[in-house]
Design a protein around this ligand. Structure first.
Ligand code: ZN
Length: 125
């Protein structure tokens, strides 16, 4: 992840925020875990609900609610499930961010923090 990606995504999203950062990071993690060179066309994502992270996922993967490739579960879990070619992985934030730390610190942590400390990553299929 780079500051440049955050800046470019924020330009489309309208502002920089921890939610956008979260969408970018979980997409990057999915990409690493699947080992994609390029985002597969059959990729679909589920998330809790429409929120800022959707734009981060869209920026990284091209999946959006508008093209039917992001859907919502409304289960209150900050878990992002990426499915492609019969494989499904879940990338879930282990704990809610420390809101008291402020937006900048939250974005920094979500974008650049240790992957395995921040997220539970599991294969569902
Ligand atoms: Zn936002």
């Amino acid at each position: 992840m780079t500051e440049e990606i955050l800046k470019a995504a924020a330009k489309e999203h309208g502002h920089e925020c921890p939610g956008l950062a979260l969408g970018l990071r979980v997409s990057e993690i999915a990409s690493e875990v699947f080992g994609w060179e390029k985002i597969p066309e059959d990729l679909t994502v589920t998330a809790d609900r429409p929120a800022c992270y959707v734009d981060g996922i869209r920026f990284m993967t091209g999946c959006s609610p508008a093209n039917g490739r992001i859907s919502f579960r409304n289960d209150g879990r900050w878990a992002f499930v990426f499915s492609s070619s019969g494989r499904k992985i879940s990338v879930e934030l282990k704990s809610r961010p420390n809101f008291a730390a402020g937006r900048e610190a939250m974005m920094e942590s979500v974008l650049f923090g240790d992957r395995d400390e921040l997220f539970n990553i599991s294969d569902l299929v």
